[in-house]
Design a protein around this ligand. Structure first.
Ligand SMILES: CC(C)(COP(=O)(O)OP(=O)(O)OC[C@H]1O[C@@H](n2cnc3c(N)ncnc32)[C@H](O)[C@@H]1OP(=O)(O)O)[C@@H](O)C(=O)NCCC(=O)NCCS
Length: 182
């Protein structure tokens, strides 16, 4: 299969919303890197890292586009040891698209895909200061009518240098990926 082949998703855009969702291809890695860089919040990883996510994990990643511009993404993967868990690594939405439900829409899009039907839990790590991200995952739990629990995740000492806050582990589930309650 060509790496330039895109795969449509199950998402249908809300009325009046021109943002479309699809699975990424490797070439999207560059724009995802740019969005992460512009976010000012997310850890900026190497461009190669985003290329790899798009190339090797398209079924669990998503990009949002408006008029050919990448305005959002989520990079996720299935936990290699627990096939019922989707780990959400990074989610980002362009500043001018925030607060319109796009991040929630992207996560639901990944979870509704036929390839991901075995997923019954979502996991993500979130810093205590990232209220938007906490709200995003709390909203996801509400949409599935399920629980969200918080546990110790990565501690500040695990990161090089000083100044990285803790990354607490949030676990959402169990749920039926294909059927959000709300
Ligand atoms: C976090 C982020 C992805 C949310 O994107 P978004 O498209 O604005 O999110 P949504 O519109 O889908 O909102 C999801 C929920 O979070 C809430 N929310 C969104 N931004 C919020 C904020 N700044 N403060 C509090 N709540 C917020 C919404 O009200 C919504 O709640 P609801 O489900 O009760 O209605 C976006 O703010 C972003 O890109 N931030 C920078 C990167 C980042 O922090 N990523 C997450 C860590 S990986």
């Amino acid at each position: 299969m060509s790496v330039l082949t895109t795969k449509n998703t199950t998402d249908s855009a809300p009325q009046g919303d021109s943002v479309t969702l699809r699975q990424p291809v490797a070439a999207d890695g560059r724009e995802i890197w740019r969005l992460v860089s512009d976010s000012g919040v997310l850890d900026l990883n190497s461009p190669y890292c985003y290329l790899m996510m798009c190339q090797f994990f398209p079924a669990t990643c998503v990009v949002a586009e408006e008029d050919g511009r990448c305005v959002g993404f989520a990079t996720c993967f299935i936990d290699p040891k627990r096939a019922d868990r989707l780990f959400v690594w990074q989610v980002g939405v362009a500043v001018d698209q925030r607060g319109k439900g796009l991040a929630s829409r992207m996560l639901l899009d990944v979870l509704r895909r036929a390839e991901n039907r075995q997923v019954h839990y979502v996991e993500a790590t979130i810093g205590p200061s990232n209220k938007a991200s906490q709200a995003l995952f709390t909203g996801l739990a509400r949409r599935y009518g399920t629980e969200i629990r918080q546990q110790a995740g990565f501690t500040p000492e695990m990161f090089p240098g000083a100044g990285h806050e803790a990354e607490d582990l949030y676990i959402i589930g169990p749920f039926d990926a294909a059927n959000p309650a709300v």
